[in-house]
Design a protein around this ligand. Structure first.
Ligand code: HSE
Length: 298
């Protein structure tokens, strides 16, 4: 029978950008926008309070994604808390390709582990990754949300892996967030079942180059961020985003669709002036650092 810690537990969790061009479902980067969450075991019921991004849209009951992730982790620890109170202060935009659902899932499993006395002994970090990636279905947002930094991830013989990789301290990101969301399921539905071998080969080369470019050769970021597998295929769902990516790239800026879109991410060097004037009307623009911290229990 599990016992629980007294009082609330707080976590913060970063936004993430997946794919980064050629790293479809396998590369992800944590960014310096963080949601804050607080949870407590209470006598009964499920109480959910949400402010900030997505507050108008998300449920306030056990179907809330954070609560579902918490219960998946509680189940894995054989814990049945009598009730939960959860507060979410959301900063990460929803359904924009900045990993808000992965942040919710990772925060949920981390909160549950922190609420159970001895939770660290019952669930190690590999178990958190497995739980979170199983819920999300792919690891490229949950892995950097969990670990921070730049992560190479995937699945081998049924087991998720996540390998942190270096990022040159000169590398920063500017993101352009459009006002209209695109659901990941819609964006994934646009992908073809089959791609030409030449495209697959070119994409593999770019993904490999991207790891080296981020690690310390940022002068290669423009070719390294070229994708052959998903961005153009998703254009019907986000034509303005693709148009912005093309304009930026024509000007030599390594720009990509962030995750399943529609946000556009551009890599910039430390000294580069802001690209804010490239943001289309009505879009939000952020200059972000690569976030070295993943989910943090405070
Ligand atoms: N790799 C995923 C995709 C990220 O592009 O569909 C979205 O969660």
């Amino acid at each position: 029978m599990a016992t629980y810690v007294e009082g609330p537990v707080r976590v913060t969790v970063p936004a993430t950008s997946a794919n980064l061009g050629p790293g479809f479902d396998s590369l992800g980067l944590a960014l310096s926008l963080r949601d804050e969450l607080e949870a407590e075991v209470v006598a009964a019921g499920t109480e959910v309070e949400v402010s900030g991004e997505g507050a108008a849209d998300v449920p306030r009951d056990a179907s809330h994604l954070v609560v579902r992730a918490m219960h998946a982790a509680f189940d894995a620890m054989d814990a049945r808390p009598p009730g939960l109170r959860l507060t979410c202060r959301n900063v990460i935009p929803h359904s924009r390709g900045l990993g808000s659902s992965s942040a919710a899932i990772v925060a949920g499993v981390a909160l549950a582990r922190a609420l159970v006395a001895g939770g660290q002994l019952l669930l190690d970090d590999a178990s958190l990754l497995r739980l979170a990636a199983d819920i999300e279905g792919h690891p490229d947002n949950v892995a950097p949300a969990l670990l921070g930094g730049f992560v190479i991830c995937g699945r081998e013989e049924g087991e998720w892996y996540a390998v942190p990789s270096a990022v040159d301290p000169r590398v920063r990101a500017e993101v352009f967030v459009p006002p209209t969301p695109v659901q990941t399921a819609v964006a994934r539905g646009l992908l073809p079942d089959v791609v030409p071998h030449a495209d697959a080969a070119a994409n593999s080369g770019r993904a490999a180059l991207l790891v080296a470019a981020l690690a310390g050769r940022p002068e290669h970021l423009l070719p390294a961020t070229r994708d052959y597998l998903h961005q153009a295929q998703r254009e019907p769902a986000m034509p303005e985003s693709l148009a912005l990516v093309r304009r930026l790239r024509e000007d030599g800026v390594p720009a990509v669709i962030s995750g399943a879109g529609p946000t556009v991410l551009a890599f910039v060097g430390a000294g580069r002036s802001s690209l804010v004037d490239r943001a289309p009307d009505g879009w939000t623009h952020h200059v972000l650092d690569v976030e070295s911290r993943g989910v943090v229990v405070e």
